[in-house]
Design a binder for this molecule. Structure first.
Ligand code: ACM
Ligand code: ZN
Length: 511
């Protein structure tokens, strides 16, 4: 049966059941009725689709045998059952009636955290684009949408606490000299609509304010938050920037407190991402206020100053009752608060730090850039490799119980419109959805691609684009061309400062 992600078990029974206009849907949550009415139906058999809260050892069970009965302990489980049924309906749909093989499905997820990330800074994607994404994410049981909402190129939320973020840190005038302004932000009403729509579909929206690097947006809005106090413009290139928040300015912690206070009110998610990646320490080294903290605290290096900064932000978040998430560079200080979940993305020093942290019991999300990054072209991260990624293979069997889940991030430096977004995201994000849900021994690429066509049909019905599976696995010549072009763009070798900053971000910087 063409279901993605593949369920834990399916027993096929004798006969077939119709789903049609005359199927009465009985459910404690209205969203299920809305979701199943996604096609035009004609009259069929008078039967019922009953969604019922009841004890089961699974996330949900479905019995289809004349009537359709879905049971789960939670409304979330019922919703997952409805998404499975939605795929079966689409698969069996013909001229207004869906014919479904009778069966008994038992299902539960492998990982509790199944996530997709969208960067809405480098290019802005509005409320409607995000709602459409949520339709597809929830269809394949992804339960977290991580939104990257601040960076060197802008701040993408309405702020009443710091209106200067919207006035001064919204629109960059140009990108690498193209003269095309890029701006936009989500209003508080937009965020409420997104969060409510996602919540109804059991998707948490996790905001990320990347700290202390990637913060030129704040220095643009409030120059006093930087180490030099200079007035800057938003970045018009993408490379790593060394203009970051001053870690020695007490007032900055008050500003962060107010900003996070405002954002945590907008997003009910228990998780809050505070970034921590790619932090060049060169400005801190030269800054009297930063140096004073290093002296006062007896630190030997500036990695520890990042640890100090991050732990202060974590203490703020604890007051707001949020669980912090950090990128793997935040481990380098060796003093990161135990409460933070680490998101593993980078090789080399990142991989070593992550292995060590796992041994010591750190909770972890996996989004290894090879092959989880969806901004990378298919020539670098092809669909097949994306599908075959086994998160545990990164860790030599150490600390596996601490892997909470996986994420596929989509950075948008080179993704300027929704069509490109869809082609980068799909079907690779759907492959990761299966890895997040289905047991590894039940996964098979060939079988996945056969089942995938049904879901891709639903994407078409929702007017969501995707890369055709054959193009999503380009041959070696195409792959090479795509990889070279992408690396030249990404490394931005024309921007010597960014190259130097990237090297600096790799160093801890001794005192
Ligand atoms: C990252 O890709 N800089 C987390
Ligand atoms: Zn400073």
């Amino acid at each position: 049966m063409n279901i993605v992600p593949k369920p834990l078990s399916i027993s096929v029974l004798e006969g077939e059941t119709l789903f049609s206009n005359s199927t009465e849907i009985v459910s404690p949550i209205d969203v299920i009725v809305k979701e199943l009415n996604f096609l035009d139906y004609e009259r069929g058999d008078d039967n019922k689709a009953i969604f019922q809260l009841a004890p089961t050892e699974y996330d949900y069970e479905i019995v289809i045998n004349g009537d359709i009965r879905v049971v789960a302990r939670t409304n979330e489980g019922l919703f997952h059952g409805a998404m499975t049924l939605k795929q079966l309906i689409f698969d069996g749909y013909f001229e207004g009636v869906a014919t479904i093989k009778n069966c008994h499905i038992k299902d539960r997820p492998r990982f509790e955290y199944r996530s997709f990330m969208l960067d809405i800074v480098r290019h802005f994607f509005d409320k409607n684009a995000i709602l459409k994404l949520i339709d597809i994410l929830s269809l394949v049981k992804i339960n977290n949408l991580h939104l990257h909402i601040s960076d060197n190129q802008g701040y993408r939320l309405e702020s009443e606490v710091f209106p200067e973020l919207n006035e001064k840190a919204n629109t960059r005038r140009s990108t690498r000299g193209d003269g095309i302004p890029v701006g936009g932000y989500l209003s508080k009403a937009d965020v409420k609509e997104i969060v409510d729509y996602a919540g109804e579909r059991f998707v948490n929206v996790v905001p990320e304010i990347d700290l202390p690097g990637h913060t030129l947006f704040m220095l643009v809005a409030r120059p006093e938050t930087g180490c030099t106090g200079e007035q800057f413009d938003l970045a018009e290139r993408y490379g790593i920037d060394n203009r970051i928040l001053c870690a020695g300015n007490e007032e900055n912690y008050e500003i962060i407190d107010k900003l996070l206070g405002e954002i945590t009110e907008m997003f009910p998610s228990k998780y809050f991402h505070i970034g921590g990646d790619e932090v060049p320490k060169t400005q801190w080294q030269k800054c009297e206020k930063c140096r004073a903290v290093v002296e006062r605290e007896g630190f030997d290096n500036y990695e520890q100053l990042q640890g100090y900064f991050t732990n202060r932000v974590i203490n703020i978040l604890k007051r707001y009752d949020k669980i912090p998430i950090v990128w793997n560079e935040a481990l380098y200080s060796d003093m990161l608060d135990d409460s933070a979940v680490c998101q593993y993305w980078s090789d080399g020093r990142g991989a070593r730090a992550v292995r060590e942290a796992l041994k010591n019991g750190r909770k972890m999300f996996v989004s290894k850039n090879f092959p989880c990054y969806l901004d990378y072209p298919h020539g670098i991260n092809p669909l097949k490799r994306a599908y075959r990624f086994e998160p545990m293979s990164c860790f030599d069997g150490v600390g596996e119980e601490n892997i909470l889940g996986i994420e596929s991030p989509l950075w948008t430096e080179w993704v300027a419109d929704e069509d490109k977004l869809h082609h980068q995201a799909f079907p690779r994000a759907i492959a990761f959805a299966e890895t997040g849900w289905t047991r590894k021994e039940d996964k098979c690429y060939k079988d996945f691609v056969e089942r995938l066509y049904n879901v891709l049909g639903i994407l078409e019905a929702y007017e969501v684009g995707y890369e055709h599976p054959t193009k999503a696995n380009p041959n070696i010549f195409k792959a090479f061309g795509q990889a070279v072009k992408f690396l030249i763009d990404m490394l931005d070798l024309g921007d010597r400062k960014a190259v130097r900053n990237a090297l600096d971000a790799q160093k801890g910087r001794k005192k």
